[in-house]
Ligand binder design. Structure first.
Ligand code: URE
Length: 250
């Protein structure tokens, strides 16, 4: 049952990654976050209630709430115009827990491939913490790319392998292939990193009151808009006033 949810985790990570890259409108991504967030809360609840008290089943299912709550949190932030700081710090909690689950997969569950997957999720959620919790917006586009890679190689592909029952045949091969691909993906960092904002530089257009970032030119990190805040609302209001279609305003 968790494999079904994992497939749709692939979808939401890809869409959220595209949102971080400025390719998907922030509010348009909210519904999928609610769908998958809801699924990732209902699924572990069902698994735990039907586990018969089996400790490993409960332990495995417990980790799914980390992500269910993340996606619901994203959805509420996007639609409610909330500041992303709370989600950022929750992501730090998720990242630390993900390291623990990685260790459990390498050891207790004897599944090194999922150990690698959990480590990559720890990296991704640590990036969410940096971007949202610490406002390191220069990492936004890199985080988006890592989310897309995660959606494909740590969610959609493993989900299909689990659903077709071939996962257990390739545990070691998958672990090595995943580790190589995950490390290679981190090589996108120099290409996608934005110049870091300092106190000596002006804040990003999204952070300037009443300014439409479309007027500033260039590609800007979409963080504050993506996870909802007052500036995002201002940007969207400004965007609605523009005659240009949404995709042209980016
Ligand atoms: N399982 C995840 N990363 O949603």
């Amino acid at each position: 049952m968790g494999s079904v949810g994992l497939l749709y985790v692939g979808a939401v990570l890809i869409v959220n990654g595209l949102m971080l890259l400025g390719r998907v409108d922030a509010r348009a991504a909210a519904p999928l976050n609610f769908f998958v967030g809801g699924l990732q809360v209902i699924t572990p609840t069902y698994l735990i209630f039907t586990s018969g008290g089996d400790a490993n089943t409960i332990l495995s299912a417990s980790g799914l709430y980390l992500f269910g709550f993340t996606y619901l949190y994203v959805g509420f932030n996007l639609l409610g115009g909330l500041d992303g700081t709370g989600l950022g710090w929750f992501s730090a909690f998720v990242a630390v827990c993900a390291v623990v689950y990685a260790g459990l997969n390498f050891g207790r569950f004897d599944d090194p491939a999922f150990g690698v997957i959990w480590l990559y999720w720890a990296v991704l959620w640590a990036l969410f913490f940096l971007v949202l919790g610490l406002k390191r917006e220069e990492l936004t586009r890199f985080t988006g790319a890592v989310a897309i890679v995660a959606g494909v190689i740590t969610a959609a592909v493993p989900a299909f392998m689990l659903l077709t029952e071939v996962w257990d045949d390739y545990l070691t091969t998958s672990a090595i292939a995943l580790a190589v691909l995950c490390v290679l993906s981190l090589g996108l960092y120099p290409r996608l990193r934005e110049p870091r904002a300092t106190t000596a530089t002006a804040p990003a257009p999204e952070l300037r009151e009443g300014e439409n970032p479309g007027q500033a030119g260039g590609t800007q990190p979409r963080t504050t808009e993506m996870y909802g805040n007052v500036a995002a609302g201002q940007e969207q209001a400004a965007g609605r006033r523009s005659d240009a279609p949404a995709h042209r305003r980016r």
